[in-house]
Ligand binder design. Structure first.
Ligand SMILES: [Zn+2]
Length: 380
């Protein structure tokens, strides 16, 4: 605790190692809860008021720690997720925890146990010196972000409604760029019903759901417009039961990156207007999990400007701002109008791969930047 509170690279890297050693794939509630136990322990050591909401739908618990500020009222929502995409056994297999030069490799070192540790360390550092964040801080640790936060979205938005701003500890962009906007991610499920028939004896009586889906896939993916950062992908498709049957059912998942609400609406309108090619085929469309676009506002600009001022004072290079391609829980807080600054975590690379690492040289400066933000947000 005291070592981490000192904000020193080796101590921070060791603490990230402790988090990484608790493997926590999203779909394993017990594993994510072991991660929550460690996080809760750290929050308790800071004197945080703990709330732990029991997991739902096979996901782990939501962990909340509340820390008083110098003032009362709406505070800072510090957001991170405890889950990773890596299955149990990754540590003993393709991605062992190890240090190579400036790189700390391990599942979640970059996305985003590293960021969580920095946020915790920034708070612990202030408190250990008898200082406090200016505004109260609510630390929120999410169990299912890598699944699209199906069981925590409501809780995140409820906290967002009472906060003054959100700081999201997701990985930093290249060279330390902060995230001020993110594309929305939209999912739909499309089902095609056809008519089955023996492919040898009565092929003419069948209506192939796979053939119908093939037409629909081409029409749907044609909505893609890379010039606008609008991408529509069908990455999952399933249909048919026997090679000698005309398939009567086919299902596909449509996953789209939408830069703004215009494209989200364009997609919705296009999908709901789809008509079957074959008069006897039937299409059923259902919306799936959705991350609304996170768009930069003047309030987000002000938060970013404050981060730049803090970084300047500390002599830390930031490398500007970025619009991130993937979604995060910041999409939910920004979409309800909460000024949200994301990408405050570690610099590194290889998210969602077996080459995931955090840059050890980024740890101390990033933690210091967070410390400065905690003290300065709400002072002017
Ligand atoms: Zn993440």
């Amino acid at each position: 605790m005291t070592k981490v509170a000192a904000l020193e690279a080796t101590a921070l890297a060791e603490e990230i190692g402790r988090w990484v050693l608790v493997e926590s794939p999203s779909s394993d509630a017990a594993a994510v809860n072991r991660m929550a136990d460690l996080a809760e322990d750290r929050l308790r050591a800071m004197g945080a008021r703990i709330e732990r909401q029991a997991g739902q739908g096979g996901c782990g618990d939501i962990l909340i720690g509340r820390i008083a500020g110098q003032t009362e009222g709406p505070g800072i929502l510090m957001l991170g997720h405890m889950d990773t995409v890596h299955p149990l056994g990754t540590l003993d297999g393709p991605l062992p925890l190890r240090r190579e030069g400036d790189r700390l490799y391990g599942p979640g070192a970059y996305d985003m146990k590293g960021g969580n540790v920095l946020g915790f360390a920034a708070l612990a550092h202030l408190l250990a010196q008898g200082r406090r964040p200016h505004l109260p801080v609510t630390v929120m640790m999410i169990p299912d972000e890598e699944l699209g936060s199906p069981t925590s979205r409501d809780a995140i938005q409820a906290e967002a409604a009472r906060a003054a701003c959100a700081l999201v500890l997701e990985p930093s962009g290249g060279g330390g760029a902060l995230t001020v906007a993110r594309h929305g991610m939209v999912r739909y499920h499309l089902r095609v019903d056809g008519l089955s028939a023996h492919a040898g004896a009565e092929h003419e009586k069948g209506v192939s759901a796979i053939r119908e889906m093939a037409h629909q896939v081409l029409a749907i993916e044609a909505l893609t417009d890379h010039a606008r950062d609008f991408a529509v992908n069908i990455g999952l498709i399933q249909g048919g039961e026997f090679e000698n049957s005309v398939p009567d059912r086919c299902e596909a998942t449509i996953y789209a990156r939408v830069p703004g609400p215009t494209e989200a609406e364009e997609l919705r309108a296009a999908l709901t207007a789809l008509k079957p090619r074959h008069p006897k085929a039937r299409l059923t469309l259902e919306p799936g999990l959705y991350r609304p676009p996170y768009e930069k506002t003047p309030e987000i600009q002000a938060l970013f400007d404050l981060a730049c001022a803090c970084a300047d004072d500390l002599g830390i290079p930031l490398n500007g701002e970025r619009v991130a391609g993937g979604g995060s829980d910041g999409n939910f807080t920004a979409a309800v109008g909460l000024p949200t600054l994301d990408g405050l975590g570690v610099i590194g690379g290889g998210p969602h791969t077996h080459q995931e690492y955090a840059l050890i040289s980024s740890l101390e400066p990033r933690a210091r930047l967070l410390t400065a933000l905690l003290e300065r947000i709400g002072t002017s």
